[in-house]
Design a protein around this ligand. Structure first.
Ligand SMILES: [Zn+2]
Length: 299
């Protein structure tokens, strides 16, 4: 990246492809094939690399931010020599939950191209607070999707913060859970991690514990290097949480999230801002952070 000496975002991703000797070819299926299902599939996976032909094919109708992320992802596959013989159709170039090592590498490398750390970290350091508003501005400035920007923000932030993407349980999981609760049937139930500890903090009598439902779960989380906790996927989130309030109201909410809402036994509370993802899913993005005592001392 130093070769280009980029001074200002957005990073011209296609220029990097050109430098690598890759051609970018826009593809558009013929009208008789252009079904909504195909459009959805091609929007999820808008780019694919044909290594031997040094070519990245891009779905012409993919949104611009997806296109940019997809191209930077494929650039990374091309640069890493042992990424040969992999399935050219990546299952979501912006999916940080991918279990495949090569996909995670391409995901990280692609993000580092799009949000060139030399510029991005400088931008983050020039802000005095942690907020979703800053992430939205960075998303516009770097021309990257909100989710990818938020993830990179948390990953590179020098202070104590994290991004949590929460989702309602899938229908299948809800049914499994119902069967387990009602009949004690361990049908296909994957373990929840960890056990819902929020309930444990409430008085044992008075029926409080039974009144809390765990209606959402962590899809994934990305934490800054100084964040003290690991928030595992599938951690259940109670309906008393700010995250659930955001899900129900469909509105931006700010306040506090007790660590126990995210499966921790710690008694501290995070500052939090939550917003609906607005990507057609019912998912909620939560930005959580703790005050930075080291920073306070420096002042
Ligand atoms: Zn890939």
């Amino acid at each position: 990246m130093t070769h280009f000496n980029f001074q200002e975002p957005p990073i011209p991703i296609e220029e990097i492809s050109k430098f690598l000797g890759l051609s970018i070819v826009d593809v558009d299926p013929p009208p008789e094939m252009a079904t909504p299902a195909l459009h959805k599939a091609l929007t999820t996976v808008p780019c694919w690399l044909e290594r031997s032909e040094k070519k990245i094919s891009v779905y012409k109708r993919a949104p611009k931010k997806r296109r940019r992320l997809g191209i930077s992802h494929e650039n990374t596959h091309f640069i890493i020599p042992y990424h040969v013989g992999i399935n050219p159709f990546c299952s979501g170039a912006d999916d940080p939950t991918s279990r495949k090592y090569t996909e995670r590498e391409a995901f990280m490398g692609g993000a580092a191209m799009l949000f060139y750390p030399k510029l991005f970290i400088e931008d983050v350091l020039s802000t005095s607070s942690i907020s979703l508003d800053i992430i939205q501005k960075l998303s516009a400035r770097y021309d990257g999707s909100l989710e990818a920007t938020a993830n990179w923000y948390a990953r590179t932030h020098p202070q104590i913060c994290a991004i949590v993407i929460a989702e309602p349980p899938t229908q299948e999981e809800a049914v499994d859970e119902f069967l387990q609760d009602q009949f004690g049937l361990p049908i296909n139930v994957k373990p929840h991690t960890p056990s819902p500890s929020a309930r444990n903090w409430l008085p044992a009598s008075g029926g409080f514990r039974e009144e809390i439902n765990f209606v959402m779960q962590v899809k994934y989380s990305i934490t800054s290097i100084r964040f003290p906790k690991w928030i595992p996927p599938r951690t259940r989130i109670p309906d008393t949480s700010l995250i659930y309030k955001t899900f129900v109201t469909g509105k931006h909410c700010s306040g506090e999230i007790p660590a126990s809402d995210l499966g921790s036994s710690s008694r501290w509370r995070y500052n939090a801002e939550c917003m609906p993802m607005g990507d057609g899913s019912s998912n909620v993005m939560a930005l959580i952070w703790l005050p930075d005592k080291q920073m306070d001392l420096a002042i």
